[in-house]
Design a protein around this ligand. Structure first.
Ligand SMILES: CC(=O)SCCNC(=O)CCNC(=O)[C@H](O)C(C)(C)COP(=O)(O)OP(=O)(O)OC[C@H]1O[C@@H](n2cnc3c(N)ncnc32)[C@H](O)[C@@H]1OP(=O)(O)O
Length: 410
């Protein structure tokens, strides 16, 4: 098989995207979704593999800046649209695209790459580690009650049309990015993504609705949701599916949750992507009836290990030497001394000193956003402590007060 791996030409986007759609099962994207995907595609960062005139593999990257512990925004490649045609799988095409892509990311000077995986098993071999989780809830709102904080009644709620909702939700999102590791700061156009609402994706539910929370005329929160009515002999049993829900203070947050809990003719609230430390867990009367499920979300790859580890803040003073294994990006392999503290000045340099901890770049990717603990990874045998006390020191330093979270997929 002779194939060519190269950058996508803008005129080839349709056939490139069709390869991707086919690889995911062949269900065509709704036109409004497809149009936005084309608009957001960064052609110069999109690659494909051609077998003759046929596109047989695709991979893209978005130019993000991702929040890390301490609030800095680190340039990051948001890896996306990865596919290999089912006729060409398990022959190394993905591996060759990952090679090219990580070399390109390095050349661009982005210290990290991030992605969400269709299957978590795929990307560990390329040095990605699962770094954040997402929580889904299915809440029985006939039984679960909310205890809301003082000030909740003073929050004014009102419905907003999609255009106003888009600007308001984006404004709230932007104010929350730095405080939540794992959240990407996007470029223009991304504010449209959560507002695309194709009829074919509603599965019998309503159009997306948006309610804004205001105090003294300022927008302090927003929720977008769908309602799916349902009727049983005993009465109405509709479901509210929460898409985005975000607020700038506890009272606005509680007001929005109370609103979705109390919508007439519904008895279930579904929320599919929440942070694992969501404050709603402390508002509800019965966490068991929230039917919590947790899964992996953002996977992180340290592309330039030194620059990546210097870009974040450490929760406690740390001075450790890592012995790092990185077969796919060998420029990261070897010994690195990391020093840092909560004030935000960190240094990560090559050293010949004896190693304190031995691990692969994958574990550092998992721990990078502060959500997965180095101590837990050590219990799984994935981090080895070579100096007594180094594991506890590094594990505490890497941890984050806010759990990392990716509020919106890409
Ligand atoms: C960020 C995103 O876009 S995630 C979306 C990923 N895309 C999809 O899931 C669409 C459907 N799947 C596909 O298109 C393809 O199967 C891909 C892209 C996942 C893999 O492409 P391939 O070209 O077959 O991968 P490649 O041949 O380079 O495999 C490299 C290694 O990964 C393994 N591997 C690849 N995909 C999988 C998988 N889905 N499950 C388990 N192992 C896998 C291969 O067995 C191989 O292992 P080896 O080195 O031990 O032999």
């Amino acid at each position: 098989m002779t194939t060519e791996l190269r950058v996508l030409r803008p005129s080839e986007w349709n056939e490139w995207f069709e390869c991707l759609e086919l690889a995911f099962g062949g269900v065509a994207e709704p036109p409004e979704q497809r149009e936005l995907d084309e608009q957001l595609t960064e052609h110069e960062r999109s690659i494909g593999i051609w077998d003759g005139t046929d596109v047989v593999a695709t991979a893209g990257a978005f130019s993000f800046r991702v929040a890390v512990p301490g609030g800095a925004l680190v340039p990051a490649a948001g890896v996306t649209m990865v596919s290999v045609a089912s006729t060409h799988r398990r022959r190394g095409l993905l591996t060759s695209m990952m090679r090219r892509q990580l070399d390109d990311v390095r050349a661009l000077g982005e210290p990290i790459a991030v992605l969400t995986a269709s299957e978590p098993v795929i990307y560990g071999r390329f040095g990605y580690g699962a770094a954040s989780r997402q929580m889904s809830l299915t809440i029985d709102t006939d039984r679960v009650r909310l205890t809301v904080p003082q000030g909740t009644d003073e929050v004014r709620l009102r419905h907003a049309k999609p255009d106003e909702a888009m600007a308001a939700c984006e404004g709230v999102y932007e104010q929350l990015v730095a405080g939540r590791p794992g959240t990407p700061a996007h470029g223009p156009g991304w504010e449209r993504k959560p507002m695309v609402d194709p009829v074919s994706s509603r599965q019998g539910g309503s159009a997306q609705q948006c309610v804004l929370a205001e105090r003294d005329g300022e927008i302090v929160g927003c929720v977008t949701y769908h309602i799916k009515p349902d009727w049983e002999p005993s009465g109405p049993k509709g479901t509210v599916t929460v898409n985005d829900l975000a607020a700038l203070d506890p009272a606005a947050y509680a007001a929005l949750w109370r609103f979705v809990f109390e919508i007439d003719l519904t008895s279930t609230v579904e929320a599919r992507n929440r942070p694992v430390d969501d404050a709603v867990l402390h508002l509800v009367s019965d966490v068991r009836r929230c039917n919590i499920r947790v899964r992996d979300s953002l996977h992180v790859r340290l592309v330039e290990l030194g620059a990546a580890l210097e870009a974040r803040t450490y929760r406690a003073p740390v001075d450790v030497v890592f012995e790092v294994e990185d077969a796919f990006c060998p420029w990261n392999a070897g010994r690195w001394r990391l020093t840092g503290d909560a004030k935000g000045v960190a240094s990560c340099r090559r050293t010949d000193d004896a190693a304190d901890l031995a691990l692969s770049v994958r574990e550092l990717g998992s721990a990078y956003l502060g959500g997965e603990s180095l101590s837990a990874l050590a219990l799984a045998g994935r981090v080895r402590e070579l100096r007594s006390g180094a594991l506890a020191e590094a594990s505490l330093a890497f941890s984050s007060d806010a759990a990392p979270w990716l509020p919106r997929g890409f």
